[in-house]
Design a protein around this ligand. Structure first.
Ligand code: PRT
Ligand code: MG
Length: 216
């Protein structure tokens, strides 16, 4: 008998990019989260199940041991803080960049030079706070839950902190990226207690994932 484990994933790009890694570890989901309404997905292995949660909830499920492991973006992990989580592997998937962006005509450099108080809308409060504090900039942070790109267009903020991959969303909304905060990719996260108690199941998966990650 081997110990059963639960893996937390979010629908969309994280799930899609994790499928090949799971496959390399011999795990295949028996349902597709895009079409199934099930939140607990069985796999071909009776000791592995997947749960489908909101991207920003993955660290919480793993922290409390409701899931033994999961896949979460560095953006999400920065905001969560990472407590109770072992982060052994950068999976190099769901890559993008955390950026500061403003309207095309906004002179960000000059605002920074003048020491102007800049209003910044973001869902990444903690990351944004640390970034601007490091730069010694005074900013007013406004918490949003989505569509940050709209905020500068309607005068809610001068700038946003958001993720950028192709840059198409910025371009379509007459925004420009003016500063990179950090490169982002998704990480494997493991509950610290589970790693010890379920090592015989988790360790081989960790090794298979590690071997399947593209070396950059
Ligand atoms: O959608 P939901 O509110 O449930 O949560 P979420 O947006 O956090 O989840 P999801 O599934 O959209 O993203 C999961 C993870 O994918 C994020 O936590 C990131 O680590 C990673 N990722 C990689 C991205 C992107 N690329 C990305 N481009 N997450 C979001 N975006 C968004 C970005 O916020 C912006 O609105 O895509 C838009 C920009 O894309 P481009 O291609 O136009 O530049
Ligand atoms: Mg999203």
């Amino acid at each position: 008998m081997t110990t059963g484990i639960t893996i937390a994933l979010s629908k969309g790009r994280i799930f899609d990019d994790t499928v090949p890694l799971l496959k390399a570890a011999g795990v295949v989901a028996l349902d597709d989260p895009e079409t199934s309404r099930k939140l607990i997905l069985p796999t071909n292995r009776d000791n592995v199940q997947l749960i489908i949660v909101r991207a920003s909830d993955v660290p919480t499920y793993v922290q409390y041991g409701a899931a033994d492991m999961g896949v979460a973006g560095k953006d999400v992990l920065q905001e969560h803080g990472g407590s109770g989580l072992y982060q052994p592997l950068d999976l190099q998937i769901a890559r993008c960049r955390m950026m500061v962006a403003v309207r095309d005509e906004f002179d960000y450099e000059s605002a920074v030079r003048r020491g102007a108080r800049v209003r910044v809308a973001t869902k990444y409060l903690r990351t944004a706070r640390e970034h601007f504090a490091e730069k010694g900039m005074h900013v007013d942070l406004i918490k949003l839950y989505g569509s940050m790109e709209l905020a500068p267009l309607v005068g809610l903020a001068d700038a946003i902190v958001d993720l950028v991959s192709s840059g198409n969303t910025l371009k379509a909304n007459h925004l420009k990226a003016v500063e990179e905060i950090m490169p982002i990719s998704a990480r494997l996260v493991i509950n610290q207690a589970a790693l010890k108690l379920k090592r015989e199941t988790i360790q081989p998966m960790l090794e298979a994932f590690s071997a399947a990650v593209p070396k950059i």
